[in-house]
Design a protein around this ligand. Structure first.
Ligand SMILES: CCCC(=O)SCCNC(=O)CCNC(=O)[C@H](O)C(C)(C)COP(=O)(O)OP(=O)(O)OC[C@H]1O[C@@H](n2cnc3c(N)ncnc32)[C@H](O)[C@@H]1OP(=O)(O)O
Length: 292
């Protein structure tokens, strides 16, 4: 099978996704749900395993990869919100599955599979936001770093608990964390397994915004929907306009973020060619847009 364009690993690295998928599928539970809103171009990816604080079972890891593959081909998409059900984000990998695949070979395969899925998530041509309510622990904290932005609620805690588990991040979270907050803060967060509350998150640059609680008359469910609505509002400033332009913007940022300068410049030229003289560009020129 040919490697996917945005994949990290291929067969030459010993990456056999079908083999590890089969193994992971033997540990079922929960789901990863995708809701695409065609009209707005916004999608919501929901981590759904409430009886285990939204931990990732094996089958959920497989579903995550499948949802990412669906989003990779969404030509009209512009934005993505990643969240957990029941007022909490994600408590990492399901410890029952982890115990069952704790041998080094399976660990490496799971690591490659999740690194690949989360790298492809971050490389999607969509502006992505992790909406962190409640706890994001271990792999859940790593998942927040696979989004472009992180919005947190007052009760949120992001914690890279790996050190307490005798581990380091293995879903790409350490590499991404260094890019987001720099090496010094990353070492504090990983080395001290610090609990990142909203204040610390904003101060270190891990969080991009705090969603203030809204006055809601009834139950907790309404409050959570309020957080999702606020995240959608926040995201809409970045997803206004045609999908082609939003996707092109994300693409030049991904190449600038990941490639050496000369290659990034060439990639930017390619993307520029897709929008120059395009419908949105011609409309703007015809309307003599002023940027006041
Ligand atoms: C490379 C990836 C590395 C990783 O992700 S390693 C996994 C890191 N995550 C963890 O170690 C989380 C361990 N869990 C906890 O610390 C606590 O359960 C947590 C999340 C703080 C919640 O505490 P509480 O509010 O007191 O609730 P609780 O402990 O009663 O949890 C409710 C039920 O959820 C379960 N749960 C939570 N996190 C889980 C997980 N990761 N895997 C499997 N099951 C998990 C927990 O066992 C409990 O189940 P039950 O009701 O006892 O049957």
């Amino acid at each position: 099978m040919l490697p996917r364009q945005n994949s990290v690993y291929s067969a030459s690295h010993g990456f056999q996704p079908e083999e590890i998928k089969e193994k992971l599928s033997a540990f079922p539970g929960g789901s990863v749900d995708l809701l695409k809103q065609e009209e707005s171009g916004l999608a919501v990816l929901t981590i759904n395993n409430p009886s285990r604080m939204n931990a990732f079972s094996g089958s959920m890891m497989v579903e995550l990869e499948e949802r990412v593959a669906q989003l990779e081909t969404w030509t009209q998409g512009k934005g993505l919100i990643v969240r957990g059900v029941s007022g909490t984000f994600c408590s990492g990998s399901d410890l029952n599955a982890v115990r069952a695949i704790s041998n080094p070979q399976d660990g490496m395969k799971m690591c490659m599979f999740m690194q690949d899925a989360l790298t492809r998530l971050l490389r999607l041509p969509l502006v992505s936001v992790a909406l962190v309510e409640g706890r994001a622990l271990g792999g859940g904290a790593e998942l927040t770093t696979a989004c472009d932005f992180r919005l947190v609620t007052r009760d949120s805690v992001i914690q890279f608990v790996h050190k307490h588990m005798g581990l380091v991040p293995g879903w790409g979270g350490a590499a991404r964390l260094v890019h987001i907050v720099g090496g010094r803060h990353a070492l504090r967060l990983l080395g001290g397994a610090l609990k990142v509350d909203p204040e610390l998150g904003l101060q270190m640059g891990l969080a991009d915004g705090l969603l203030e609680e809204e006055e809601v008359p009834d139950a907790a469910g309404a409050e959570r929907d309020a957080a999702l609505r606020q995240a959608e509002d926040w995201l809409s400033s970045y997803t206004k306009g045609p999908a082609q332009v939003v996707q092109a913007t994300k693409r030049v940022v991904v190449s600038g973020r990941e490639l050496p300068l000369t290659e990034a410049l060439r990639a930017e030229k390619e993307v520029f060619g897709t929008v120059w003289g395009g419908p949105a560009n011609l409309r703007a020129l015809a309307s003599k847009t002023k940027h006041k």
